[in-house]
Design a protein around this ligand. Structure first.
Ligand code: CP
Length: 319
């Protein structure tokens, strides 16, 4: 059966506003399943899902595994280190061997931009992009949208500023596509060395000073400085970065309104965000993590051909 999302979820750029809304609406009833003593519904019983992670992950890998188990699918976790990838096997050969074992879906995280699409074009199973290089991280973008929607309701006209290392960030790209499609106003703020050239062409405003971004925004999505992807010379030092661009309590105290604080994690406390902001009253960072499971349940369910109305019945069946 063809799904409302097509065969794969590779990014938010190819999705329509209606498809994004469908995923968020489908996630709503799935939230309740994680609050139950028995956190399981039979929706994907019999489905086998491979979580193929070629890069480290805490939140995304565990969140997908919880989502799969809560829908009664059978997950199998494969990492580069423990597999024949470490002996030189190609991505496609690995995936084709997994398909020969009759799997249904692959969730892939890979260091190369475009890896998820490359795989999706070569295997029959559904492919979900769990982060590919500096390209997209669609389920992170969706869980950010769900968290913002929980707080603000309709996101049309809401102002969200993505702060920090936009250059290396797949989260930034998925947020920009997703937020713009649902009608939010989007800005970016960071040192010019960490902003992609011609970023304005994506329809975002650019702030060079974090104080101006805070004055403008309803919400800040603060990005991790991806030090491991920096080949040198992007910033003078971490201390200097915090001094000029850090999201601090003093800076937020001068804002004309309460500013909601998001961060996709993992955080560099004391660099892009101070601890008293990350743990403060306007932070929804852990709500993002909780919402990640519901969003991933919705994506798995919809790609499997699920009827959104049945998500409600799945919840009812679990009562
Ligand atoms: N937000 C995010 O992708 O975190 P992980 O790298 O821990 O999965």
């Amino acid at each position: 059966m063809s799904s409302a999302l097509g065969k794969d979820l590779l990014g938010l750029e190819p999705l329509s506003a209606e498809q994004i809304k469908l995923i968020l609406d489908t996630a709503e009833p799935f939230k309740a399943i994680s609050e139950r003593a028995i956190k399981k519904v039979p929706t994907l019983r019999g489905s086998t899902i491979v979580n193929l992670f070629f890069e480290n992950s805490t939140r995304t890998r565990i969140s997908f595994e919880f989502a799969e188990k809560r829908l009664s699918a059978d997950p199998v976790n494969v990492s580069a280190a423990g597999s024949s990838v470490s002996k030189g096997e190609t991505l496609v050969d690995t995936a084709r061997n997994l398909e020969a074992m009759r799997i249904d879906m692959v969730v892939i995280r890979h260091g190369s931009s475009g890896a998820a699409q490359f795989l999706a074009e070569r295997i029959k199973s559904n492919v979900i992009n769990a982060g590919d290089g500096m390209h997209e991280h669609p389920t992170q973008g969706l869980l950010d949208l769900l968290t913002l929607r929980d707080h603000f309701g309709d996101l049309a006209g809401k102002r969200v500023c993505i702060c920090g290392d936009v250059l290396h960030s797949r989260v930034a790209r998925s947020n920009i596509w997703g937020l713009r499609k649902v009608g939010a106003e989007v800005a970016v703020c960071g040192p010019r060395s960490l902003l992609p050239s011609a970023i304005e062409e994506l329809g975002v405003t650019v702030f060079d000073h974090i104080e101006d971004a805070i004055e403008w925004a309803d919400a800040l999505n603060v990005l991790r400085l991806q030090i491991e992807r920096m080949t040198g010379g992007y910033i003078p030092s971490l201390r200097e970065y915090n001094r000029v661009f850090g999201v601090t309590r003093d800076r937020l105290a001068r804002a004309p309104r309460d500013v909601l604080i998001l961060h996709p994690g993992p955080m560099n406390r004391g660099v892009e965000i101070d601890s008293d902001v990350a743990d403060g009253e306007h932070s929804v960072i852990l709500d993002q993590v909780t919402n990640g499971i519901a969003v991933r349940m919705a994506v798995l369910y919809l790609l499997a051909g699920g009827n959104p109305a049945l998500a409600e019945s799945a919840k009812a069946a679990a009562r």
